[in-house]
Design a protein around this ligand. Structure first.
Ligand SMILES: [Mg+2]
Ligand SMILES: [Zn+2]
Length: 201
């Protein structure tokens, strides 16, 4: 029997592993952390989305653990290797640390059901809109999903968050994909922080 496909996890080497349940702020990567230029995989291709560092610092102060959840069909398609992706991810984590932000981990799906090469061509439970990466966060990092939030730029991000029972879902509004109720559409990442703060006890 072949093992079920599983998401990859880059755990920040400088982050202590905590077993105490805590809410997470889940961040999609392309379109939320970096501008989506298509299969971004190098520092020189990286353009940070306006407001991402302020959002992360603020959410961290509110007690959210920060986790990136990203479909990486670029690995499935062979555009870059998993090792290259992990090098780049480590660079992203360091860039955040220089802004005073601790990213606990980046959870990634290296699969694609049609375009994947070899064993990466597979229907998996981790590729968004499936909730597998969020479930993995619950298992590995004791994320309290019912108290967690997610920011994405696509309907598939929001669908994954909804399937995992997350409390707050934010969709960065793009002309290509207008938002769906009852997701809170946001124009700027600073709106996310304002809303998270308004829910704080
Ligand atoms: Mg995206
Ligand atoms: Zn997957």
């Amino acid at each position: 029997m072949i093992a079920a496909p599983h998401p990859g996890v880059f755990v920040d080497p400088e982050e202590p592993v905590l077993f105490e349940q805590s809410p997470a702020l889940f961040l999609d990567r392309d379109g939320v952390i970096n501008v989506d230029h298509g299969y971004v995989s190098t520092p020189s291709d990286t353009e940070w989305v306006d407001g991402i560092f302020d959002l992360c610092r603020g959410a961290q102060q509110l007690g959210y653990r920060l986790l990136v959840v990203t479909n990486q069909a670029g690995i499935a398609r062979g555009y870059y290797s998993e090792a290259q992706f992990l090098d780049y991810t480590s660079w992203v984590h360091q860039a955040f640390r220089q802004h005073g932000i601790r990213l606990t981990a980046t959870i990634y799906c290296p699969h694609h059901p049609e375009a994947g090469l070899g064993p990466l061509r597979v229907e998996c439970p981790c590729r968004k809109p499936a909730p597998g990466m969020l479930i993995e966060a619950q298992r590995r990092f004791a994320s309290d999903l019912a108290a967690s939030a997610l920011v994405g730029d696509k309907g598939s991000d929001i669908a994954a968050g909804r399937a995992a029972g997350l409390r707050h879902l934010y969709k960065v509004v793009s002309a290509a994909e207008p938002s769906l109720a009852p997701v809170l559409p946001v124009w700027r990442l600073s709106d996310v922080l304002g809303d998270l703060k308004s829910h704080c006890p």
